[in-house]
Design a protein around this ligand. Structure first.
Ligand code: AMP
Ligand code: ZN
Length: 113
């Protein structure tokens, strides 16, 4: 999508602090980190949220989850980490391109706000 900032990060039209990248996804540091480690993992394909995925995206979603585990390991999150995906208005999704927050290196609270 031409006006989507995360699509533009995926194509490097908008710069980001990249942690990992392959042909299907890109992982980069969040601009406003909520913990000592806070990265975002996004598919390069534009999907608005989990509500937007279809049968053909199953492999992509599995790939993202698998890579999140590898990325967490590479970032030294052996003490644990949280994976969050805000979907839609009630969840306060602010960027309408599917993304997974990976947050770590501090003790988390539960329930989330
Ligand atoms: P959400 O509120 O779940 O939609 O999360 C969007 C996240 O994207 C927020 O944590 C923002 O800080 C982050 N964000 C927005 N623009 C950028 C950007 N250009 N580079 C890195 N992170 C960004
Ligand atoms: Zn997009």
């Amino acid at each position: 999508m031409s006006d989507c900032i995360f699509c533009k990060i995926g194509t490097h039209d908008i710069p980001s602090n990249v942690v990992y990248e392959d042909d299907k996804l890109i992982c980069f540091h969040d601009l406003e980190p909520q913990a000592p480690v806070h990265v975002l993992v996004i598919p390069k394909k534009h999907l608005t949220s989990l509500d937007d995925v279809s049968e053909e995206d199953k492999e992509l979603l599995g790939h993202i989850m698998f890579k999140i585990h590898e990325i967490a390991e590479s970032l030294g999150l052996e003490g644990g980490y949280r994976v969050v995906s805000n979907n839609g208005e009630d969840a306060f999704q602010t960027v309408r391109h599917l993304h997974f927050h990976v947050i770590g290196k501090r003790k988390m609270l539960w329930p989330p706000g």
